[in-house]
Design a protein around this ligand. Structure first.
Ligand code: SAH
Ligand code: SF4
Length: 360
């Protein structure tokens, strides 16, 4: 079967070329064609020897997941539903802003972690996406939107905040990250690529050692009792361990702070007392906060905190000197906002106990 070259980062592509008796610089050329030029047709790779082009046509392909639906929001946000086979589909979201274009990438079909407020989590888990399926989202989005007037690709930032927990699909996520950072591929700076995690502590350490990029941690609660309910993986990696992992991460991170994401759930985690408790929790971790208005989806009983409540909460953090932003809701008219991505997932987990949604 033909190898999908989107599965290979530079190192793996070089190895594969060596197995074919080809030199490393050839692999580099092909990498540039595929990712820098967005080319899928080997015949168009004009600086490759004809013989090599012939070999590649027989043994390789460049194939991103198939797009089955596109939706465009009134605010310009675009969402694509990608078919990843066997009844599964995942979503990718492009968020245009004046000075940048951010692509929100999925890493798994579904998610096993079952956070109480997350639409993806409610669907269960099917499988990890391959490297080709992850990087294919970027490859495809760039080609689909097309280069800017200045000749650059439109995606300038990537956030792994789509469907799934990136650090539970570690190897494929890291290969995709390598390609995002590689100058022969997308050449994005480490500061413009963000991994968002619910707090898989050992994998945070591995990421720090193997491919440090900007880190966002989905915190959502100031104490273990509440976080155990909202983010069940907290029972395995409680807050004390998570805070220590954040500190270790910062030793090698491209940015000198961690971004804590905090979804504002009315009457659950949004009081001023909660905010003060947070201050104590993060006192030893240089950080910024990103408050996310809860985005509702069918079958949820959580409610979005009022903007007054969000302001009061933010003020407590800001007065303590913590930079706190409130995430703008983008694309909610097409269910493309944080936590609304649902795609289509054939659940393979048998959940005896689904967490009842908490109201405390
Ligand atoms: N699994 C990773 C990345 C994907 S989720 C993680 O949990 O970090 C991306 C962000 O959206 C996370 O911070 C997540 O907690 C948040 N989120 C999930 N459901 C949401 C919802 N319904 N409304 C707002 N944000 C949500
Ligand atoms: Fe998974 Fe993240 Fe959703 Fe939690 S918030 S269920 S970790 S995708």
């Amino acid at each position: 079967m033909a190898e999908n070259l989107l599965n290979f980062d530079a190192q793996r592509l070089t190895e594969w070329f060596a197995e074919m008796g080809e030199k490393p610089f050839r692999a580099r050329q092909v990498l540039r064609w595929v990712h820098k030029s967005g080319e899928a047709d080997f015949d168009a790779m004009s600086d490759l020897a004809l013989l090599l082009r012939g070999k590649l046509k027989l043994q390789a392909c460049v194939q991103a997941p198939k797009v089955v639906r596109e939706e465009v929001s009134a605010d310009g946000t675009r969402k694509w539903l990608l078919d990843v086979g066997t009844g599964n589909a995942v979503e990718t979201v492009f968020i245009p802003e004046i000075d940048r274009g951010t692509l929100c990438v999925s890493t798994q079909a579904g998610c096993a972690l079952d956070c109480a407020f997350c639409s993806t989590g409610k669907q269960g888990f099917n499988r990890n996406l391959s490297t080709a399926e992850i990087i294919g989202q970027l490859w495809w989005a760039n080609r689909e939107i097309g280069r800017n007037a200045d000749g650059n690709w439109p995606v300038t930032n990537v956030v792994m905040m789509g469907m799934g927990e990136p650090l539970l699909n570690f190897d494929n996520t890291v290969s995709a990250l390598h390609l995002m950072l590689d100058d022969n591929a997308y050449g994005l700076s480490r500061r413009r690529v963000t991994v968002s995690t619910s707090g898989i502590v050992p994998a945070m350490d591995r990421l720090r050692d193997e491919c440090p990029v900007a880190l966002a941690v989905s915190l959502h609660a100031p104490n273990d009792t509440l976080r155990d309910m909202l983010v069940p993986v907290n029972r395995k990696y409680p807050l004390r361990e998570l805070m220590a992992a954040c500190q270790r991460y910062l030793e090698k991170a491209p940015r000198d702070f961690v971004t804590f994401e905090y979804v504002m759930l009315e009457g659950v985690n949004d009081s001023e007392k909660n905010a003060r408790e947070l201050l104590a929790l993060v006192s030893n971790v240089p950080c910024k906060f990103n408050l996310i208005p809860f985005n509702p989806f069918p079958q949820t009983s959580f409610k979005r905190s009022s903007s007054d409540t969000v302001h009061r909460f933010r003020d407590v953090l800001m007065q303590a000197g913590i930079v706190t932003t409130t995430r703008k809701v983008r694309g909610d008219d097409i269910a493309a906002a944080c936590g609304q991505l649902a795609g289509q997932v054939q659940d393979k987990t048998r959940r005896v106990h689904r967490l009842a949604e908490v109201r405390v």
